[in-house]
Design a protein around this ligand. Sequence first.
Ligand code: HEC
Length: 158
Amino acid sequence: MQKLIQLSLIVLLSLILISCGSEKKETQQPQSSAEVGADLTEFELENGVGPIKEKIELGPIDPKLVKRGEEIWNQKCIACHKLDERYVGPAQRDVIQRRTPEFIMNMMLNPEEMQKRHPVVRQLLAEYMTPMTNQNLTVEDARAVLEFFREVGKEKKK
Ligand code: HEC
């Protein structure tokens, strides 16, 4: 008999715990995600927040810069990104079609603030559930990786 009482107590306790747990989740849910981006300028909404504050001139693709960009890609990005498949982060071959060059560079240079303040990156973070970490690139490094993206973006998705 005592065992039975003990058992029902345990069941009761876990039920209470479970319902508390789900209540907590509900109160955490309503984040003010509608307000994210409200303080950004039109330029920032399109091109991201960070050191790149105006449109850059692209010109024809520079093979030397592509090569440098590919080296950085291999050193600092492939832990989380693939060109043609979703990995820890989104596939990047077509990123040049999805985002502006300035957006791409600001994401490379300033991921923390992008995650906090930019609605598109907020959305990505919610989807991928891992924050991209700052790879400490210089503006020149980021420009080189952009050139690499321009080059691989010309090829068809495999
Ligand atoms: C620790 C893993 C990680 C590393 C390292 C990383 N990224 Fe990311 N990246 C992500 C994730 C995850 C996202 C999605 C946004 C988020 O969750 O922060 C992302 C998003 C991006 C985006 C946003 C644009 C889009 O729509 O896909 C670009 C551009 C990008 N990464 C480029 C790079 C480049 C270039 C490097 C190397 C210099 C790099 N990342 C290194 C994980 C990473």
